[in-house]
Design a protein around this ligand. Structure first.
Ligand code: NDP
Length: 307
C-alpha cells in the first residue's frame, strides 16, 4: 500500500494553498483534487474580491495558477476522489475512487461545500434537464430564454444578474420580503430591468415535459398558487459542507461543518486537520479558504515534526 506523509483532500483554494505551504516545508504532500478540480470558485466567472488583481481575475485562471504554483513547488497533485476514510488510528487509511488505498501520517481535509437543493421530487427529476445549481456553468444554454433563480443571498443575486445578461427574463424566487444579500448586490438586482423579484414565494413544483423544464408552480405567502413559464430553474440557496466521509471520526457541528480547535485547523482527531469551507460556515470566501489552508499546512508541519 502506498504510504504518504501528508495527504490533502480537496482541490480548492484551501487545498492548493495547503499544498503550497506543505511543499515549501518539504512535507511531500499528495493532493487529491476530487470531483470538482478548482473547487466551487470554478463555477463563477470573474473574481473581483481576491486581493492582488487590480481588474479582477478569471476564476478558472486563478485556480489554475494556484494548482500550478503548488505543483511547481513539488506537490504531487492527482486527479481522483477519496471515497472512504478510516481515521480511527494512525497511519490513517484512505480509499480512492479507482479502488486504490493509501496510508497517510497526517491528513488535511479541504473538501469544501456543495450546493443545496430544495428536495422536491420534480427538481430531482429535471436535474440536468433545466434544473441547475450553477448559473455560470449552465447559463449559456438559456440564451434569450426565461429562467428563475431561487434564493435571496449574494449568490442568488450574482447568478440572477449574470443570467440577466444572457436571458430574456430572470425571475428571482425569494421566500421572504427582503433579500439577504449585501446592499451592493441588492442594488445591482434593482438596476437590472429584466430581473423580476417574486417576493414571499416558495416553489411547490418544477414543471416540465420529456424535453425538460417548462415552468414552476409557486405558492405565495398569501396562499395564491401560480405558475411561471421558464426553461431553466437555478438553485442558489446556500451550501452544505462535504464532510460526510469523515463524520464518523471527526467532530462536526449540527450543520455538518467540521469543528476545529480555536484558531487552529486541528480537528478532534490528532493528525487530522480541516481547512476551507468544510469547516467554515461563516466566512466562506476564497481568500479565507486559502488562509485556512495555510494554517492547516503549518499545523500539519508542527504535528509531523513532533513540535
Ligand atoms: P446565503 O445563505 O447567504 O443565502 C441563501 C439564500 O437562499 C437566502 O436568501 C435564503 O433565504 C434562501 N434559502 C435558503 N433555503 C431556502 C429554501 N429552502 N427555499 C427558498 N429559499 C431558501 O447563501 P449564499 O450562497 O448566497 O452566500 C453564502 C455566503 O457567500 C454569504 O456569506 C455571501 O455573502 C457570500 N457570497 C459572497 C459573494 C461576493 O462577495 N461576491 C458572492 C456569493 C456569495 P432566507 O434569507 O429567507 O434565509
Amino acid at each position: 500500500m502506498e504510504k504518504v506523509r501528508l495527504l490533502i483532500i480537496g482541490g480548492g483554494p484551501a487545498g492548493y494553498t495547503a499544498a503550497i505551504y506543505a511543499s515549501r516545508a518539504a512535507l511531500s504532500p499528495v493532493l487529491y483534487e476530487g470531483m470538482e478540480p478548482g473547487g466551487q470558485l470554478t463555477t463563477t466567472t470573474v473574481v473581483e474580491n481576491y486581493p492582488g488583481f487590480t481588474d479582477g481575475v478569471d476564476a478558472n485562471q486563478l485556480m489554475d495558477a494556484m494548482r500550478g504554483q503548488a505543483a511547481r513547488l513539488g506537490a504531487d497533485i492527482r486527479r481522483g476522489t477519496v471515497v472512504k476514510a478510516d481515521l480511527s488510528a494512525r497511519p490513517f487509511r484512505l480509499t480512492l475512487d479507482d479502488g486504490g488505498e493509501l496510508e497517510a501520517e497526517a491528513v488535511i481535509i479541504a473538501t469544501g461545500a456543495a450546493a443545496k437543493y430544495l428536495g422536491l421530487p420534480s427538481e430531482r427529476k429535471f436535474r440536468g434537464m433545466g434544473v441547475s445549481a450553477c448559473a455560470t456553468c449552465d447559463g449559456f444554454f438559456y440564451r434569450k430564454k426565461d429562467v428563475a433563480v431561487v434564493g435571496g443571498g449574494d449568490t442568488a443575486c450574482e447568478e440572477a444578474t449574470y443570467l440577466a445578461g444572457l436571458c430574456r427574463k430572470v425571475y428571482m424566487i425569494v421566500r421572504r420580503d427582503v433579500l439577504r444579500a449585501s446592499k451592493a448586490m441588492q442594488q445591482r438586482v434593482a438596476d437590472t430591468p429584466n430581473i423580476e423579484v417574486l417576493w414571499n414565494c416558495n416553489t411547490q413544483e418544477v414543471l416540465g415535459d420529456e424535453f425538460g423544464v417548462t415552468g414552476a408552480r409557486l405558492l405565495r405567502k398569501d396562499g395564491t398558487v401560480f405558475d411561471i413559464d421558464i426553461d431553466g430553474f437555478f438553485l442558489a440557496i446556500g451550501h452544505h459542507p462535504n464532510s460526510d466521509l469523515f463524520k464518523d471520526w471527526v467532530e462536526t457541528d449540527a450543520l455538518g461543518y467540521i469543528v476545529t480547535d480555536g484558531k487552529s485547523s486541528r480537528t478532534s482527531v490528532e493528525g487530522v486537520f480541516a481547512a476551507g469551507d468544510v469547516q467554515d460556515p461563516t466566512y466562506r470566501q476564497a481568500v479565507n479558504a486559502a488562509a485556512s489552508g495555510c494554517r492547516a499546512a503549518l499545523d500539519a508541519e508542527k504535528f509531523l515534526l513532533g513540535l
